[in-house]
Write a protein that binds this ligand. Structure first.
Ligand SMILES: Nc1ncnc2c1ncn2[C@@H]1O[C@H](COP(=O)(O)OP(=O)(O)OP(=O)(O)O)[C@@H](O)[C@H]1O
Ligand SMILES: [Mg+2]
Length: 354
């Protein structure tokens, strides 16, 4: 159908051009004939032909340059809109949506308009993300600072008991740790975000790495009387050992943080074909279904009020996902509210470049 319309339009254009040429050359013929009669001049037919042809060209050229600006009005409007849009984008205003319908969807200019609209939409999305990031960071920095300032002022009161004083100092210390962890995580994310961040893959035993990290965290899980189970196959993997340590630590810390006293955490390592699969399950409160797709976003916390006491900034899973993505693996969560959560990480055992 489109092809037929294109052929039809081309035929119409040829007919229109031929008609215009005939019109101008006929006009040139009659005008020159009138001039010969007026001056009683009878030139040779060849000279007549040449004069009327030249006159036809002149007539055509003059008429076109006279009506050209009117014909190009639509084109001028198009460029005006386009330049205006580009100027707005250059000044940081990305709410651009060009509506210029130029010669149908398949015209090269229509393509240009679509690309500019897409570019503006992408830049707007990035700007929204940046704004959200800044407001999240400000909030995460703001609340511990307010708390530190309040308790520092309270400490100036000389009538405080030693016990109260120690309690306030503990809070100040906790908030400081929170701030330094936040800055550490932000730096880590910025480092991982930079495109050229180099991976240093080495071949090592994944099960041994997890066992070491579980032992490392023993003071935290032992303090909560958590039963820690490890079910591990011997799995060798080629990956960036330091970065993967960060993934496992973030997942294990979450499991410990959200598992109530006396609960159970199970860490499993197995090999399925060319994939290494690590699952970390806990018997904590679980994660509601509608929050599950969002927990890997930066600063996302399921229950902000419960979380304030737990003291996280919502970056741990975002960092874990970034690292797993860099290794061409996947990270997912399965959870039923009230029945704990299971985080599963799948990684290619031959490394990110296999
Ligand atoms: N094992 C889990 N059980 C229940 N909820 C969890 C679990 N792991 C993560 N979550 C939820 O996902 C959110 C995001 O986790 P994430 O590790 O990114 O941040 P965080 O632990 O709050 O802070 P950070 O890791 O930066 O200290 C948590 O706030 C929590 O609501
Ligand atoms: Mg965490």
């Amino acid at each position: 159908m489109k092809r037929l319309w294109f052929v039809f339009k081309s035929i119409l254009t040829v007919i229109a051009v031929m008609s215009i040429i005939c019109l101008f050359w006929s006009a040139a013929y009659f005008i020159t004939e009138a001039i010969y009669t007026r001056f009683a001049w009878q030139p040779h037919p060849l000279v007549r032909q040449i004069i009327s042809s030249i006159f036809g060209f002149l007539l055509f050229g003059m008429t076109m340059s006279a009506i050209g600006p009117f014909l190009r009005k639509r084109e001028r409007v198009f460029w005006h809109h386009l330049i205006d849009a580009i100027n707005r984008i250059a000044k940081g205003d990305f709410r651009v949506n060009l509506q210029v319908d130029w010669g149908g969807r398949h015209h090269p200019f229509a393509e240009l308009v679509t690309r500019i609209n897409d570019m503006a939409a992408n830049l707007q999305a990035m700007e929204d993300m940046r704004q959200e990031f800044i407001s999240n960071v400000s909030h995460e920095i703001g609340s511990p600072l307010t708390s530190i300032r309040g308790f520092a002022r309270a400490l100036k009161n000389e009538n405080l008991s030693q016990e109260q004083r120690m309690h306030y100092l503990d809070i100040i210390e906790t908030e400081c740790v929170r701030l330094s962890k936040l800055s550490e995580n932000l730096l880590r994310l910025a480092m991982l975000d930079s495109e050229r961040y180099p991976l240093h893959p080495t071949s090592y035993r994944l099960d041994t790495q997890l066992q070491t990290l579980i032992l490392h965290c023993e003071p935290q899980w032992a303090e909560k009387d958590v039963d820690m189970c490890a079910v591990m196959e011997k799995v060798s993997i080629t990956a960036d050992e330091d970065l993967l340590s960060q993934v496992w630590l973030n997942l294990i810390h979450n499991a410990i943080k959200f598992t109530p006293k006396g609960g159970t955490i199970t860490v499993q390592v197995q090999r399925r074909g060319e994939q290494a699969i690590v699952t970390i399950s806990d018997t904590g409160p679980g994660i509601p279904k509608h929050d599950q797709p969002r927990i890997f976003e930066r600063f996302y916390k399921v229950d902000k009020s419960r979380h304030r006491a737990a003291g996280g900034s919502g970056l741990g899973l975002a960092i874990a996902k970034q690292i797993v993505d860099m290794h061409h693996g996947t990270i997912s969560v399965q959870s039923e509210p009230g029945e704990g959560a299971t985080f599963t990480v799948e990684l290619p055992i031959r490394g990110p470049f296999s």
